[in-house]
Ligand binder design. Structure first.
Ligand code: SF4
Length: 614
């Protein structure tokens, strides 16, 4: 980004970002500076990419007319701790309206790729069209600005994500990497293929310790363009920290905002894994396809229950003091760390263990590891498989696929292997389409085609308004457990005045786990030369969110698309230790009130300005 000094104060057009547009069909590469149209574009992430996508008419996520925008946030590559995010935005094969049109989505990941991309001199890369053979994109810094070229990727095909990254690392030792796995290569049979991002820990150890841009099938879109990986090579920018940034980073690493994700020994709660305990108090941990039973089985996957068999290490991305990665290793007879096994974050862990009826961690870690190796979103993969397990439990005489049902780890592993290698396209299309084909949609746990993360929908009527995945773009999924208010007024405000601001960090380039409050987040932008108030920042975040709703409407989403799996509305789960409140009447009244607010905001949204008018 370049801030001009001759513009009017506060004029976003005086901020330029450097963009590379690659026409993959022709191999044409154009690099130039683009002035920002508004504060959302200055901040970056989906605040910018959705304005690009909003000007396109896309009916097929795998069509050549669907661009992929790879970009960063203003704080990516900065000295602000967790400023490592890369965003991948496109029309999604998975998130679709009932009319069948794909919806714009973004997916974000940490690691070090985004920083390297920024340090190589690019804020954004746009992939247009489709290459006629598998390629990697190599981006390098040079004295004359960023250099970009396409190279053959045949030697990478068929390898697991981390194997691809290690192969590329041997060729580009000063780079970081984004790569798809076998699932992305078989994009038309696995819509929830993800994009892996390299970490320093992965490159050093060779272990599969990728970070993920998982949601919405961005790995499938990249695969549809025949792009197998992206290399970003640049010298690390390490500049001394100012006293302000040092204080800010200390707050991020030790303050209340990141407490949940830190180790207990550092005043934290132990990572997302620790969600098991407060949720299980109320029997809200998903079991057997989001239908908790109250039988106490979730306790078998509490972190403490695994400590005898495994060494659990908190590890980290580049220069991050939160150490949110909870990596498990075998515990040797002498108690020391043995072989690395898998990363245990709450969502992949729950959705491939307790929610699938598998309670033995020795059976669980190979499932979590295999989903990563093959390069799939563990949320969509896990939740689609648990739909199948549920279907088969309900139809013991006419099961589908291999007949897997709850607790059958071997058969679940077989389903993962087959779907991740493109051999089960019916499963790879996600739970919405699969349930419609099977004629049983009531217990398919998705909203708008996006599979639910590991929080029961019975306690989160905010899910339908999430714009890029239920727990990353609508901050309402833990509210019943934390605050317990189930009144209509509370929920209208929770969605329209609180939950939507969860996407702030999807513009800025920092992790949500940094837990910055709005005041501090606005102040943190001073690190890169942008002076904004908290109100200005919140205004930009809200416009970006509302623009995403507008974009959904453009793709045919109507009020009926914004609903919950009907089992939730019609068959309250009495095992959950909280009075059922998401009835059909409650949800209808909530929808009326939420749309009253959001319809008004959509009507007031400034129209998209075409780039030609700049
Ligand atoms: S909070 Fe976690 S994912 Fe984010 S930068 Fe730190 S270690 Fe990486």
């Amino acid at each position: 980004m370049r801030f001009l000094t001759n513009g009017a104060p506060g004029d976003p057009r005086t901020v330029l970002y450097r963009r590379c547009v690659i026409d993959l069909a022709r191999g044409a590469i154009t690099i130039g500076e683009v002035p920002c149209r508004n504060l959302e574009e200055v901040l970056g992430g989906f605040g910018r990419s959705f304005q690009y996508l909003g000007l396109r008419d896309v009916t097929d996520a795998f069509g050549v007319e669907n661009p992929m925008v790879v970009n960063t946030g203003l704080l990516t590559g900065s000295n602000v701790m967790t400023g490592l995010r890369t965003y991948f935005s496109a029309y999604s094969p998975l998130k679709v309206s009932d009319k069948g049109l794909p919806s714009a989505i973004w997916s974000a990941g940490s690691g070090k790729f985004g920083s390297k991309l920024k340090w190589a001199g690019l804020d954004e890369v746009i992939l247009e069209q489709k290459a006629d053979h598998p390629v990697i994109i190599v981006i390098r810094e040079s004295d004359n600005g960023p250099q970009v070229e396409l190279k053959p990727a045949d030697h990478l095909l068929g390898k697991y994500c981390h194997e691809k990254i290690l192969t590329l690392y041997a060729e580009y030792p000063n780079a970081h990497f984004a790569a798809i796995g076998p699932a992305g290569e078989h994009f038309d049979a696995c819509y929830y293929a993800a994009i892996a991002l390299s970490t320093e820990n992965l490159l050093k150890t060779g272990d599969d310790k990728c970070r993920w841009a998982g949601r919405g099938g961005m790995g499938a879109v990249l695969g549809s363009k025949n792009v197998i990986g992206i290399v970003a090579e640049a010298t690390d920018r390490t500049v001394p920290l100012s006293p302000e940034t040092r204080a800010l980073n200390k707050e991020i690493a030790t303050g209340p905002g990141s407490r949940k994700f830190r180790e207990k020994s550092r005043g934290g709660l132990g990572g997302t894994w620790a969600n098991y305990e407060p949720l299980e108090q109320f029997h809200m941990v998903p079991q057997n396809n989001f239908r908790p039973t109250g039988d106490g089985k979730p306790e078998l996957m509490f972190r403490d229950a695994l400590e005898d068999d495994f060494v659990i290490k908190a590890e980290s991305c580049y220069r991050c003091g939160i150490n949110c990665h909870k990596n498990i290793y075998e515990r040797k007879a002498d108690g020391t760390k043995g072989e690395y096994r898998a990363k245990f974050d709450y969502e992949p862990l729950n959705l491939l263990s307790t929610n699938a009826g598998v309670h033995d961690p020795h059976q669980v870690w190979p499932l979590v590891a295999l989903v990563d190796h093959l390069g799939m979103d563990s949320i969509s993969c896990g939740t689609t498989i648990t739909y199948v397990l549920d279907y088969n439990a309900r139809h013991p005489d006419t099961p589908v696929f291999n007949g897997a049902t709850f607790g059958d780890a071997d058969k679940i592993r077989e389903l993962i292997e087959l779907v991740g290698t493109g051999q089960l396209p019916e499963l790879g299309q996600g739970s919405k389409r699969l349930s419609e084909q099977l004629g049983e949609t009531s217990y398919a746990m998705h909203c708008k085609g996006m599979e639910l993360p590991a929080y029961v929908p019975d306690t989160n009527p905010g899910y339908p308004w999430a714009i890029a995945g239920g727990h990353m773009s609508m901050g309402t999924y833990m509210l019943v457990a934390l605050e317990g208010d189930t009144s209509l007024d509370y929920w209208v405000k929770a969605i329209t005045e609180r939950g939507l601001y969860m996407v702030r960090d999807d513009l800025l380039g920092v992790c949500k786990f940094s837990g910055l409050n709005s005041e501090t987040a606005a102040r943190s932008l001073g690190e890169v030369g942008l002076q904004v108030t908290k109100a200005e920042l919140q205004g930009a975040v809200k416009r970006a969110f509302i623009r995403a709703l507008w974009l959904e409407r453009k793709q045919g989403f109507v009020r009926d698309d914004y609903t919950l799996p009907s089992q939730v509305l019609d068959r309250p789960n009495q095992a959950i230790d909280a009075a059922p409140f998401v009835t059909r009447e409650f949800f209808a009244a909530l929808s009326d009130r939420v749309w009253e607010v959001f319809d008004r905001e959509i009507a007031n949204l400034p129209p998209l300005e075409s780039e030609a008018a700049l």
